[in-house]
Design a protein around this ligand. Structure first.
Ligand code: RP5
Length: 164
């Protein structure tokens, strides 16, 4: 199976990417993770994106905070799908990264998930892989069913909790 390639702008983004890798692991999907910055190591970020397809990667995930140009810089150097995760910073609570990630010029798309949305980035990557993988699509549906059952279980108990 082809891999999901994840890259973060700094190891301070690790807690966000950990949510991504935990989700990928739970689906037994192979992945690799790197630290490359659009600003601090632009050459390495570009080389990683340019060689991703031939290195067996099918989908890329890029997590960055502040002036979060990483996902866009990766997308500029590959035609693989790129998912951007804007990471929260102290100054603007992630709004800075959200806008930097989502406001891509026409021609170079980045699919942005929520601020710090590491788990959803993984799920979106899995959904892309599942377009041509029926077994993975089935596993994704099973997760949806489990998640729905958990909500309905809470619904059944909610009145009792209010009476405690
Ligand atoms: C971005 O700047 C990184 O993605 C990180 O979210 C933010 C801060 O980086 P550090 O100063 O913690 O290395 O490039």
């Amino acid at each position: 199976m082809r891999k999901v390639g994840s890259v973060m702008g700094s190891d301070s983004d690790l807690p966000v990417i950990k949510k991504t890798t935990d989700m990928l692991k739970s689906f037994d999907v192979p992945y690799e993770v790197h630290v490359f910055s659009a600003h601090r190591t632009p050459d390495e970020a570009r080389d990683f994106a340019r060689s991703a397809r031939k290195n067996g990667i099918a989908v890329l995930i890029a997590a960055a905070g502040m002036a979060a140009h990483l996902a866009g810089a990766i997308a500029a150097n590959t035609t693989l799908p790129v998912i951007g995760i804007p990471c929260k910073s102290n100054t603007f609570s992630g709004m800075d990264a959200l806008l930097s990630t989502v406001m891509m010029p026409t021609g170079i798309p980045v699919a942005a998930v929520a601020v710090d949305g590491g788990a959803n980035a993984a799920l979106l990557a899995l959904e892309i892989l599942a377009v041509s993988d029926d077994q993975l699509a089935e596993k994704l549906q099973e997760k949806r069913d489990r998640d729905a059952a958990a909500v309905l279980e809470k619904d059944r108990g909610i009145m009792a909790r209010l009476e405690d």
